[in-house]
Design a protein around this ligand. Structure first.
Ligand SMILES: Nc1ncnc2c1ncn2[C@@H]1O[C@H](COP(=O)(O)OP(=O)(O)OP(=O)(O)O)[C@@H](O)[C@H]1O
Length: 221
């Protein structure tokens, strides 16, 4: 029996209005990612990688087509915010460049909050930070750590919520090669262990080639 995809995109189109013109960014794009599988989204700067990831978690509205995440289907039109918000709370783990850490909470409490919001059992939060090499920084506040450390804390938050789908925009973008490789190892290991689906946007060819599939937006649309 074929596994049903965690993420399915059919005929997706998106453009931005510039003056009186619509500038197309994504045109008639289709893809699917099953649980335990990973997709790298690559392409030159401006090809639409971030636009696509924002569409896949409802932070951007589609113009045409259909996006289905864990059985929830979305087409163009208003009134989908609540359903998307619920998916982002429990089902879609988002690791974007502008890391979403609460400044008034320690890194550990940020992970605890995320775990709680996702309705997961407490207890493993410090362990996730340790796995990402952040054990010593667990009690620090977001403004007391580097960009790369904040990025790793954001990954710990996503792992702790045990999502069905992880969306990561340049998840190792602000890390040196060695740390980037370690974080990528952790990302792929956790993804395999938990069987979640992963979509990551990256300029890093080494990272892209570790994924099961590669979508190059420079050659589509
Ligand atoms: N809010 C917006 N309004 C108008 N145009 C936008 C908006 N966001 C993105 N664009 C345009 O859409 C195109 C795709 O942008 P996007 O950020 O998705 O590309 P990207 O592939 O992620 O780029 P990079 O690799 O530089 O991060 C670009 O031409 C960009 O200028």
């Amino acid at each position: 029996m074929m596994a049903s995809p965690v993420l399915a995109v059919e005929g997706l189109s998106k453009g931005y209005i510039s003056g009186h013109q619509r500038v197309p960014v994504l045109t008639d794009l289709s893809l699917s990612v099953c649980s335990g599988k990973s997709l790298a989204v690559v392409g030159r700067s401006g090809s639409g990688k971030s636009t696509l990831l924002n569409l896949l978690c409802g932070l951007n509205g589609l113009d045409d087509g259909r996006i289905t995440v864990a059985g929830e289907s979305f087409v163009a039109g208003a009134g989908t915010e609540m359903r998307w918000a619920e998916l982002r709370r429990r089902t879609i783990g988002v690791v974007f460049q502008d890391v979403n850490l609460m400044p008034a909470l320690s890194l550990l409490d940020n992970v605890r909050l995320r775990t709680h919001l996702a309705g997961r059992a407490a207890g493993g939060e410090r362990g996730w930070l340790e796995r990402l090499g952040m054990g010593a920084e667990a009690d620090r506040y977001p403004d007391q750590v580097s960009g790369g450390q904040a990025q790793r804390a954001a990954l710990a938050m996503v792992f702790a919520m045990a999502p069905a789908l992880i969306l990561a925009d340049e998840p190792t973008g602000s890390l040196d090669r060695h740390t980037a490789d370690e974080v990528a190892d952790c990302l792929f290991t956790v993804q395999q262990q938990t069987g979640c689906a992963l979509v990551l946007a990256t300029h890093d060819r080494e990272l892209a080639f570790r994924c099961d599939h590669v979508l190059d937006l420079s050659t589509t649309g």
